[in-house]
Design a protein around this ligand. Structure first.
Ligand code: CA
Length: 165
């Protein structure tokens, strides 16, 4: 599993990378929203951990941009302050979860949760696609039956063929 960590606090980032790698995640680290967008464009990640207080102020725009591009990448927001307003803004923009920097022990379960949610979403998409194929198949069979019934009744109504001598 690959994690993109977007955090400008180098010390915190270093600690998180060590902790996450100990949990067998592979971590790529970048420092700004701009770098984060580039990283997502160039590579595939399973989870993004995003500091809400980035120096370029692009945390929320990054979330909105990824969601506007139909990116299913789970996004966990990191924040130093427990402000309801920040929380609502982040979730509103399309973040999946919200972890306080003072409560980082919750991060591993938040990651697991986000991955499980993504798995469920993918399964639902697959099931929907299967159902759609099945429906199309049924419509096709119905149409074939209709035209069969039509041709049979048409043949029955046709005048008998008289063969001359
Ligand atoms: Ca920061």
């Amino acid at each position: 599993m690959r994690i993109l960590l977007v955090e400008d606090d180098q010390l915190l980032a270093k600690g998180l990378i060590v902790a996450l790698e100990r949990l067998h995640y592979r971590v790529e680290h970048c420092l700004s929203g701009k770098q984060a967008l580039q990283a997502v464009q160039n590579s595939t990640f399973d989870v993004m951990i995003l500091d809400i207080g980035l120096p370029d102020g692009l945390a929320l725009p990054v979330i909105r941009k990824l969601r506007a591009n139909q990116q299913a990448l789970p996004i966990l927001v990191l924040t130093a302050w427990d402000h309801l307003e920040t929380k609502i803004e982040a979730l509103d923009a399309g973040a999946d979860d919200y972890v306080l920097k003072s409560n980082l022990t919750r991060l591993p379960s938040a990651i697991e949760n986000a991955l499980a949610q993504r798995e469920l979403k993918q399964q639902r998409i697959k099931a929907d696609a299967a159902l759609r194929t099945q429906n199309e198949e049924l419509v096709k069979i119905n149409r074939e039956l209709d035209s069969f019934v039509y041709s049979v009744s048409h043949n029955l109504r046709a005048p008998p063929i008289v063969t001359g001598k």
